[in-house]
Structure formats: C-alpha cells, structure tokens
Design a protein around this ligand. Sequence first.
Ligand code: GUN
Ligand code: FE
Length: 421
Amino acid sequence: MHDQPVKRRVLQGQCVWPISPNQARVEGNAVIFTSYDDPFHRPESGFLGLPHVEYDPVAVDGIITPAFCDWHFHWVQHRVAGVRGKPLLGWLAEDAWPEEARFADAGFASVAAEGFARKQAAAGTLAGSCWGSPHAQSLRAARDAGVRYSLIGPAVMTSGEPDYLRRSLEETLAELRALQVEFEERLAVSPRFALSVDARAMKELRDFAWDYTLWLQTHLAENEDECAAVARTWPQAKSYVDVYDSAGLLTPRTLLAHCVHLDDFDWRTIKQRGSIVVHCPTSNEALGSGRMKLEKVRALDIPWVLGTDIGAGPSLCMLDVIETVTRIHDWSAPVSTLEAFFRATVSLEMLESYASRKSRVTRMLGTARAGFIEFARPKSIDRADRDPERILSAIVEDWRNRGEAVIQRVWDQNFNLVHQA
Ligand code: GUN
Ligand code: FE
C-alpha cells in the first residue's frame, strides 16, 4: 500500500531556534522538517506500514529562524503608521479613528487588506493577534486577502468617543455571534479600552468570551492622560486594572497591551489572574507613552510577548520591535537579542500552554511555530558559528543598515513559500 515513498519538502541550512528566553538550538547544516520544537527530531520512516519518507531539501544559504508572531497589531491602521510625538488621545482622535471609519466601505477594506497582506509576509510575520476596525467587514477583508493572524477581533466601541465608530451593545453582540460562526476560536473578543466600553458591555463581552472559550484582548494603561480620563470616567474603580478586573476581563486567555502606568498592586493582580502582557516598545516610544516596567514583569514571572501595535507603532516588522526592546530597558531589565527573538516568535500554541497552566517544563515543548524565515547571512557569521546571541545580533545590525531586505524568504508551517525578496 505504501510502496511509493512520500516526498516531503524540508529546509536545510544553518538554524537558530530560540526555545526559551535564554536558550536556542543552533545547528550548522540541519535538516528542518517541522515547525515544532524540536525541529530537527526526525521521525522514523518506512516501518510497520508507515510510508517511507524521502526528504526534498531546499538549500538555504542564510540563517533560518522561526517566523514572527505579532501579538498586537491593528491591520486597519497600517496606512497611518509613522506619526511621532503625538500623545495617544490626540493621535486616536486625529489619525486612527478617522482612518478606521473608512473601513465601513467594503471595497476600500479589501484593497487595503491586499496591501497589508503583502507587507506582512515580507516582514516575516505569519501569526499573532490582529485588531480590525469596529466593522465586521474589516475582519472578512483581512481573511479574504490572506492576512496572517492566530486571533482577530473587531475593536468593540459601545460608548465614549467618537460617535461615528460607536455601535450599540445589542448590535455588537449580534455581530460577534455571527463572526464566531465564521472565525470560530480565532475570534478575539476585543473591548478597545476603558473609555470605549461601559460596565454592562464589559460583563456581556466577558460572558460571551467565556461561553465560546475565546481569547480576550484590550489596551491597558498606555498613557497618562488616558489613565486620568479613565479615573474620571470610572470614579468607583480603585484603578485602571480594577475596571477590567471587576468586570471579569482579566483571564488566563487575556492579552493586555502596553501596561505602562501600573503600580505594584496592579502588577500583582495581573499575575494572580494569569493574563499575558503584550509589550509594544516601538509604539510606546513613537507616541511618548513611557517605558513599560519590564523589571516588574520579570520579578513576578508574568508571561509576556511582543507586538508592533501598528499604526501607533511605526513598522509592522518585528525586527524593529526586537531592536527597540533590546535598546530601551536599562540595567534593571536588560533584554538579550535571543530573548527578544523568543518573545517575537511565541505561537498561539505556546500561549495556550501558558493559559492552561501546564508545568513550566512541559509547556514550552512540542509546540509549533508559525513558519520559517531565511535571513541573509551576515558577513561576520560563518556556518561554524554556534553562538545564538552573536548570530541574531548580527542579523539585527544588518537590519539597521539594510532594512527588511535582510528577510530573504519566508515559508509557512507546511513549507509553502509565502515571500521571496
Ligand atoms: N487605545 C485604544 N485604542 C487604541 C489604538 O488603536 N491604538 C493604541 N496604541 N492605543 C489604543
Ligand atoms: Fe493598539
């Protein structure tokens, strides 16, 4: 029955595979046959009636790493990216929201989505958590254009500014129910922030997420003026974190973007609820939001990952985020390039392992990544090099000089080529 060998495309070349914040497997000429950890563990083939597997290797001259996962990006804002020095609330009102309003038009949305999908693949990002505008159409346009995401949700805005993006809670819930049928467990329940959703809406959204076992995502304590406005809008709440916590929005399947202006009690609450922090350093720098206190995240061992937050973040390429996160934290929380690559390649499977609270040892093993990137080989790196920090730092240094041209080829989990420079 299995006389014919099964041909499988694999990659062959030098590989740096970050498997924890401070460990990577580095191989000079590995055959990589899976996006799982460990990607070099070859299965037995051709015995007991299993088909004989023949490898069909693609020779790779550069450096292979897992593809990027961007855990916080607004695909509908990519056309307005690059504004600098405008604080959050003004930027939202003047740049982000007027742009999002255009996604009410289905034709506009599908053209924009095609542009975004191309840029995203060229940037090496194949997964992560995506925000649409409040219009369901923006999710469908992204899906149909081949935008890559693990989770995606429309920005939920049932109260606050601006009136032209606001919808009623009833309309929002009806639309979410329809989207859940189409997107299933990839639908992320996405209350925009504490100025866009009132207490009743938060509780309804939490119940909806609970009923369908969905991930939640939101923005938390990004900017000082925002925090002051939240305190005025929610006079009963003890803090910004308390607004979300009282509504039950802090779950092990909640992604919290920014987390810049929090005190020790807030951090302990996040730790106790098991939620995941999405650090967006390029966005925080561009809007002058402040530095997230990574030392607090580390001290409590809160799980964290990285996001571009495009369009507040200037670039949809995670190399920009990697470069920034290794640069901005002082001696209280230094981040190696290896750790930055690890945090930029954590897959949904890995987050699910965190969320289901498996043991620290098993939760990272046997989990798949989003795909593979080939980076141009830096001049200073030869095939005998086995130091992941030196290799990855050389890639980032090349990116500083040459930009995204350092990303030569990108493959998905099934070794389908999705981008070639
Ligand atoms: N807070 C609420 N909405 C947004 C948004 O779209 N971008 C950023 N950076 N922060 C927000
Ligand atoms: Fe954001």
